[in-house]
Design a protein around this ligand. Structure first.
Ligand SMILES: [Zn+2]
Length: 94
């Protein structure tokens, strides 16, 4: 998954996580605890997926925690390489 696609998914997952937390307030007792545990696991999954997908597609290095970066701070390549992959025409014809 390209990091920019992951970033969109990240906001969706954060919204879902927030909804889980809000729904937690409508329950009592054991159900509330279960929902709270689910919310914690959900947050852990988001963090783990972030570690997997929040990487430069070119040099595979872990990106800094900037949610609005468009270019890799290590190699300078754009993170959105999904649309224009292998756009550079090689002169190797053999
Ligand atoms: Zn890079």
């Amino acid at each position: 998954m390209p990091p920019l696609k992951w970033r969109k998914l990240f906001w969706i997952l954060i919204a879902v996580w927030g909804a889980i937390n809000i729904s937690c307030a409508f329950f009592n007792g054991i159900v509330q605890i279960i929902i709270a545990v689910i919310a914690m696991i959900f947050l852990c999954v988001i963090v783990i997926l972030g570690f997997i997908f929040w990487r430069c597609p070119t040099c595979k290095r872990f990106l800094p925690r900037g949610l609005f970066i468009e270019y890799c701070s290590y190699c300078g390549e754009p993170l959105d390489t999904d649309d224009k992959n292998t756009g550079s025409q090689d002169t190797k014809e053999h």
